[in-house]
Design a binder for this molecule. Structure first.
Ligand SMILES: NC(=O)c1ccc[n+]([C@@H]2O[C@H](COP(=O)([O-])OP(=O)(O)OC[C@H]3O[C@@H](n4cnc5c(N)ncnc54)[C@H](O)[C@@H]3O)[C@@H](O)[C@H]2O)c1
Length: 387
């Protein structure tokens, strides 16, 4: 096992009846800004419940945070936080709203140009307005981590940052808030959480059986629950499993003490930035191609994944790896995902634009992944395998 320092400061309030408990965790007298997205939380009654639970605080609202939250919109929220001397943020929505609130929290107290936060991947953040998260979409784990991903339209770029200062103080995880999600978004959540686990699990062995078994357990739960939760949106127990699994998939626990990849995410971000694909849809294209191209580097863990997650018992190591990649692709396709660029009418011409975008984001001689081997040549091969 690798050395690690692990701290997750976010309090989780989990269940159908936890809203009344949240106000106790917000400083008395703090002016609160509730941030939300396109208005689904207003229409489905979630907002009314949030406002009722904040009845002892002065509350302002900021709506309109887009999927893949935009820097330009968030900077308007930053101005509001500064003008109105907001002391606490509450993000109600999917990962986009929660990520957006994290950026607002850090940018409002940042001395200098807030774009630097993204250019320096969060390393210069010294303080942030405290925030809480009320996720309405089980997917990103943003409600219990210190990461955010922001899109800047005018530069066609999507950038991530992380900082200990933007961990939510608390997260209210109420599975009933997800009942109104369209099947497409639930499928996105399942795939996003699944790939989060794989980015931390499918690397190389470091004798970390605790992390491996946690990761395999989460993958099994996601496989078990996927069909039920899609078919029965109001099955509370299935949604509760999905929600907790998605949070645990990216709250730092399974990634502590093990190598992590994340190259599929970083390559996928360019597909969103250039062509607007949903985040999870990008992963379903890039991940199978990555596993195929980098199967040598990932060989031992791919065989372990085949055996323990997919129950593949027979065959040579290579045959097991083929089976695991094929079963992963088939799982994504069963959930309605395209797993090739051609499914989105993208081809070789688009690959050169994607490669240029990766260079713009990470520099001309980037080297991503757990072994820093995902260079421009390997990224080219990954795109080639995903056509
Ligand atoms: N912070 C992290 O660790 C992390 C990890 C992975 C991805 N991300 C980022 O998160 C973003 C994606 O977040 P997401 O997958 O949660 O989706 P999202 O927040 O973009 O939401 C997708 C859509 O679902 C709608 N929606 C949300 N909840 C709803 C509900 N209960 N009922 C009806 N509609 C609802 C939203 O209005 C939106 O239109 C991307 O920008 C991605 O890069 C962040």
């Amino acid at each position: 096992m690798l050395d690690f320092s692990f701290c997750n400061p976010t309090r989780v309030l989990f269940g159908r009846d936890m809203f009344p408990q949240m106000e106790a965790h917000i400083p008395v007298g703090a002016r609160v800004l509730v941030l939300y997205g396109g208005g689904s939380v207003v229409r489905n009654g979630t907002m009314a419940r949030v406002l009722a639970a904040l009845s002892h605080h002065e509350v302002l609202e900021f709506g309109g945070i887009e999927p893949n939250p935009s820097y330009e919109t968030l900077m308007r929220a930053v101005a509001l936080v500064r003008e109105e001397r907001i002391g606490f943020l509450v993000a109600v929505g999917g990962g986009s709203v929660i990520d957006g609130a994290k950026f607002v929290a850090a940018a409002a107290l940042y001395e200098g140009d807030p774009w630097e936060i993204l250019e320096t991947r969060g390393s210069k953040i010294r303080a942030a307005v405290p925030l809480a998260a009320i996720p309405t979409l089980p997917a990103t784990g943003s409600e219990m981590n210190g990461t955010a991903v922001i899109t800047r339209g005018e530069l066609s770029t999507k950038r991530a940052f992380r900082s200990e200062h933007v961990f939510p103080v608390f997260a209210v995880l109420d599975p009933t808030l997800t009942f109104t999600l369209p099947p497409r978004q639930i499928a996105n959540g399942i795939v996003d959480a699944f790939v989060h686990v794989l980015e931390q699990y499918l690397t190389y062995p470091v004798d970390a059986p605790v992390q491996d078994r946690f990761a395999e357990g989460l993958l099994h739960v996601l496989l078990d629950v996927a069909d039920v939760t899609l078919a029965e949106p109001e099955n509370y127990d299935a949604r509760a499993c999905l929600m907790w699994a998605a949070t645990l998939a990216l709250n730092g626990l399974i990634g502590a003490g093990v190598p992590q990849d994340w190259s599929s995410h970083l390559i996928g971000h360019e597909l969103t930035a250039l062509y607007g694909l949903d985040h999870a849809r990008t992963l379903a294209v890039v991940l199978p191609a990555t596993l195929q191209v980098r199967r040598g580097e990932k060989r031992a863990k791919l065989i372990q994944y085949a055996e323990r997650v997919w129950g593949v018992r027979d065959g040579t190591g290579d045959e097991k790896i083929d089976a695991a990649i094929g079963l992963t692709r088939a799982f994504f396709e069963r959930l309605g995902f395209e797993t090739r660029l051609s499914g989105y009418d993208l081809g070789r011409d688009d690959v050169s634009a994607l490669l240029k975008a990766l260079e713009r984001t990470h520099g001309a001689s980037y080297a991503l992944g757990e072994n820093r081997t995902v260079t421009p040549d390997v990224a080219t091969a990954v795109f080639g395998a995903s056509l």
